[in-house]
Design a protein around this ligand. Structure first.
Ligand SMILES: C[S@@+](CC[C@H](N)C(=O)[O-])C[C@H]1O[C@@H](n2cnc3c(N)ncnc32)[C@H](O)[C@@H]1O
Length: 204
């Protein structure tokens, strides 16, 4: 059954919403400051109320785009955020166009139905130019793999296989800090992926 994300926000059925950015995000951004500072355009898909997007914007002079399919989430992000350099947009990431040196992912991938995971990887590959990066705090919740979601669980191995077709894994580690509700080994993984040149067959 597909999720009506806007209704989840309008009825307040948003257990993922913590009223703050991910606690591990400052450490993650500090560890990869070179990548973050170099990016001129950053996309945060499934940004919700936009706390993560705001923190990235505070640490860089990059243009930040917060995107969400739920109108209510974006309405709240616009109302709440004090940053006038962030652009907030309502839209489906699967239809999104443009180029972003950096995409920041946090609990968007786990919200995507399992049969659209490959589409998620393909759309990221189309949005990120060669050499650009996808930085994410992936919610794995592997004990719930294959169970009804969202969130839809996934193992680290499956993540590597999926994204590895289009991206090179540069670095991965569990977050330095997390929400108390997500504590527990192997439930989240930070990953930095770099878009690689796709193989092609030369025809004479
Ligand atoms: C679990 S929530 C996480 C929100 C936010 N990242 C956070 O951590 O608070 C998943 C978010 O993805 C958004 N979303 C789901 N499918 C989407 C799609 N196809 N395009 C854009 N946003 C989507 C939902 O509206 C929701 O805000």
């Amino acid at each position: 059954m597909s999720v009506d994300w806007n209704e989840r926000y309008t009825t307040g059925d948003t257990p993922w919403e913590k009223g703050e950015h991910h606690p591990g995000l400052p450490f993650l951004l500090a560890a990869h400051l070179g990548v973050v500072e170099k990016a001129t355009r950053v996309l945060v898909p499934g940004c919700g109320f936009g706390y993560d997007a705001d923190l990235i914007g505070e640490l860089t002079s990059s243009e930040i785009f917060g995107l969400d399919i739920a109108e209510e989430a974006i309405r709240k992000a616009r109302e709440r955020s004090l940053r006038d350099k962030t652009t907030w947009g309502v839209g489906d990431l699967f239809d999104w166009k443009g180029k972003y040196d950096l995409v920041f992912e946090h609990t968007c991938f786990c919200a995507i139905p399992i049969d659209r995971r490959q589409d998620y990887v393909s759309v990221m590959a189309s949005l990120i130019p060669l050499g650009g990066h996808l930085l994410g705090i992936f919610f794995l919740n592997p004990d719930h793999e294959g169970e009804e979601g969202p969130p839809f669980g996934i193992t680290m191995e499956k993540l590597r296989d999926l994204f590895g077709s289009e991206f090179e894994l540069v670095w991965s580690e569990p977050p330095a800090k997390t929400f108390s509700s997500r504590e527990g080994e192997g439930r989240e993984l930070c990953m930095l992926w770099q878009k690689k040149a796709t193989d092609f067959v030369a025809h004479n």
